[in-house]
Design a protein around this ligand. Structure first.
Ligand code: AMP
Ligand code: MG
Length: 404
């Protein structure tokens, strides 16, 4: 058995980014920008007012209060074209360009005014409430550097830079093949000893949330013919995930059958719990992850290996699930040789840190505690027994990866 870290390194070693495509900016949030974005304009394009008030010359404000003649007005999107002379002011609104000859804004609240005259009651230094041209960015500036997952904030910046189209990595296609005679899809007729294939939907949802495109190849029966038939469709994908059939049982056919169909196994079995029978290799030239069938195992293997692999396919530095420190709400036994990922809830807070408690049952088939878990508690191989209140590592499940 290899360690979780060794497995991660082996999986990520040879993965190359997929190709690019051009998408409309409105469809680019969450996508990986593949080329640097150069601004196509200067923002603001001219010196602009940041407030409603009066554009004046600071030279006119030697004494306060001071009366100035209002010679016109300028709204956002408009312009006041004539030069402003000594003793004059222009009524101005937020986002309007400063008239020539003015250099500061007196906010409306600091004035009394009629149609013809404004009385300035508070002085202001040169440039007050003025946004100089290029304050935010200039034409030709590198606004964003690739590769980068585009956040909603980035979309706003690119829009302001007048970039309506973006070159992004196409969404990696991840083929998902479930295996097992006992499985049926949700909503389908079900026999007395069958179960619903929940796994493929769980993993597909994770893939989509992490920026990939899940392709469901359906359920292969536990026989060579069915497996061979179903796996054919994986060849157009960027990566293949099989669910179940990765162990050593008589009905675990992934290795023996796919071995004859173009699968070469790099490693099989990891010193972790759940997820020990994880397999990695390449299938007809694409990376292949063979995950154990139990839903919790697949989910944790997805967090640790599939999402980083997806990152590599998207051309970004593969992330690791964020870890935080937490305090145990109860004592815990020593660990064996496998790195443990246990489902837990946050039950309180002590000294600014979350207090966590394990679910009593840690069976890797159980979806109810998985769904209501707030976090995973991670224990290193051979970790010592712990007292109540001891510090542990946890992976929050609400947001396992850094926010974009
Ligand atoms: P296997 O890895 O095929 O031995 O499966 C391990 C356990 O996971 C068995 O109890 C299977 O019934 C269950 N299992 C396998 N595939 C799925 C699936 N797609 N959804 C839910 N449970 C599954
Ligand atoms: Mg099976």
């Amino acid at each position: 058995m290899i360690s979780v870290d060794e497995a991660r390194t082996k999986i990520l070693k040879d993965i190359l980014p997929v190709g690019t495509e051009v998408v409309a900016l409105s469809a680019a949030a969450g996508r990986v920008m593949a080329e640097d974005a150069l601004s196509r304009r200067t923002q603001p394009p001219a010196d602009m007012s940041a407030m409603d008030g009066f554009a004046v010359k600071t030279g006119d404000l030697k004494s306060i209060p001071m009366d100035l003649k209002i010679i016109g007005e300028v709204p956002a999107g408009g312009a006041y074209d004539k030069e402003v002379k000594a003793g004059e002011a222009v009524r101005i609104f937020t986002g309007a360009p400063l008239p020539q000859g003015t250099d500061t804004i007196i906010i409306q609240e600091d004035t009394d005014f009629s149609n013809e005259t404004v009385t300035v009651k508070e002085g202001a230094a040169k440039g007050t409430y003025v946004r100089p041209a290029g304050l935010d960015f200039r034409q030709g500036d590198v606004g964003l550097t690739a590769p980068r997952i585009l956040s909603p904030r980035d979309i706003g910046l690119l829009a302001a830079m007048n970039i309506p189209w973006v070159t992004v990595r196409r969404k990696p296609k991840i083929a998902l093949l479930s295996t097992g005679d006992e499985l049926v899809r949700p909503g389908e007729p079900i026999g007395p000893n069958q179960i619903i294939s929940s796994n493929s939907l769980l993993v597909a949802a994770l893939i989509e949330a992490a920026g990939g495109e899940a392709i469901d190849l359906g359920i292969a029966m536990d026989n060579a013919e069915s497996l061979r038939e179903k796996v054919k469709d994986a060849k157009s994908a960027d990566m293949l995930i099989t669910l179940g059939g990765a162990s050593v049982g008589d009905h675990d056919l992934i290795q023996p059958v796919l071995g004859k169909e173009g699968l070469s196994v790099d490693f099989w079995r990891i010193a972790m719990r759940p997820g020990k029978p994880l397999m990695f290799g390449s299938f007809s030239g694409i990376p292949m992850l063979g995950m154990p069938g139990n839903p919790v195992s697949s989910m944790i293997c997805s967090y640790l290996f599939l999402i980083p692999a997806l990152d590599a396919l998207r051309g970004i530095i593969p992330r690791r699930p964020t870890r935080q420190k937490a305090l145990l709400g109860h004592a815990m036994k020593a660990n064996d040789q496998r790195e443990d990922y246990m489902r837990a809830t946050i039950t309180g807070e002590k000294d600014g840190r979350p207090v966590v408690e394990l679910f009593a049952k840690q069976d890797s088939s159980m979806l109810s505690p998985l769904s209501s878990a707030d976090c995973l508690i991670v224990r290193a191989p051979f970790a010592d027994a712990l007292q109540k209140g001891a510090e542990v590592d946890m992976i929050p499940l609400t947001q396992p990866y850094p926010a974009v």
